[in-house]
Design a protein around this ligand. Structure first.
Ligand code: C2E
Ligand code: CA
Ligand code: CA
Ligand code: CA
Length: 276
């Protein structure tokens, strides 16, 4: 028995060591990828549920590594946050977003309608200089072309500071969206003070809203709450026509998801969504 246990502990520590080694190597390679401009932005359409029109797009970071292939943002974003790389990654995302918006704007058929949504992580948000920093990195692009997405928990880390930054941002003309809404714990009173423009209904509620009555109730409640606070709602992860129809019926304003379009590289996105 003791032997067997020893063996399993041994393989456990070995697995742990491998995982640590992978993360260490990944940190090094990610750091190089950022500075050598090897990341890429994909763009996913956001659509008005009543008119079907494009209201903007979300910029989503992609990383192709020669050794590992595509690495999911759900793996490398938390890693970047943990290993102190998220600020330089976030800076790259902001700069590249601005470069792309300007490139589209200079094309004969015109630029992206509405706003480009950019994900901002908590550590970026903690910087009191963030509004000026963003303006600097996106020079040449009007704040009215940008929406910043922050999760509920990012807002709640230091609610008073968040209230201040969000007001500064909105005064400057940026829109603010609360991402993954429903998965955190923001109190109603803070929600009102944050002065966000939109709530993004988390994919986990949308996924089973047709089959699951509780999820449907949550979605309906989020929409009612957003209406009361004069915020618009954007549903994440809409994969079927039935979901889109039900959301429209419930009064949800906009949606994003595979049903409307997958995230695409800039040139493909422009070919499908901007040249009509
Ligand atoms: P998120 O901000 O909630 O982004 C939405 C995620 O849902 C994206 O995953 C998108 O590809 C995926 N998605 C869109 N439509 C559908 C659908 O119909 N079905 C399903 N199952 N998924 C759908 P992705 O691109 O893998 O990104 C994962 C997360 O990584 C994002 O979640 C965001 O939190 C983070 N992330 C991505 N890019 C950036 C970035 O530039 N900066 C920061 N800070 N975080 C980022
Ligand atoms: Ca997002
Ligand atoms: Ca998110
Ligand atoms: Ca989400």
């Amino acid at each position: 028995h003791a032997k067997r246990r020893e063996k399993s502990i041994c393989s456990y520590t070995q697995t742990m060591r491998h995982a640590l080694q992978r993360r260490q190597r990944m940190t090094e390679r990610l750091s190089a990828a950022i500075t050598e401009d090897q990341l890429e932005l994909y763009f996913q359409p956001q659509v008005n549920l009543t008119s079907g029109r494009l209201t903007g797009a979300e910029a989503l970071c992609r990383w192709y590594d020669a050794e590992w292939g595509w690495v999911s943002p759900s793996e490398f974003i938390p890693l970047a946050e943990e290993r102190g790389l998220i600020r330089i990654l976030g800076d790259w995302v902001l700069k590249e977003s601005a470069r792309q918006l300007l490139a589209w704007r200079n094309q004969p058929r015109g630029g992206l309608p509405g706003r480009l949504s950019i994900n901002i992580s908590a550590q970026q948000f903690a910087d009191p200089e963030l509004p000026r920093h963003i303006a600097h990195l996106t020079a040449g692009v009007s704040p009215s072309a940008i929406s910043l997405e922050l999760t509920e928990s990012d807002f709640m880390r230091d609610p008073d500071q968040a209230v201040e930054i969000t007001h500064t941002m909105r005064q400057a003309g940026y829109a603010l969206a609360i991402d993954d809404f429903g998965t955190g714990y923001s109190s109603l009173s803070y929600l009102r003070r944050f002065a966000a423009d939109a709530l993004k209904i988390d994919i986990s509620f949308v996924r089973e809203m047709l089959e699951n009555k509780n999820d449907r109730t949550i979605v309906q409640t989020i929409i009612a709450m957003a209406n009361a606070l004069e915020m618009k709602t954007v549903a994440e992860g809409v994969e079927t026509l039935n979901q889109a129809n039900l959301l429209a019926e419930m009064g949800c304003n906009e949606a994003q998801g595979y049903w409307f379009g997958r995230p695409l590289p800039a040139d493909k996105f422009a070919a499908v969504w901007l040249n009509t």
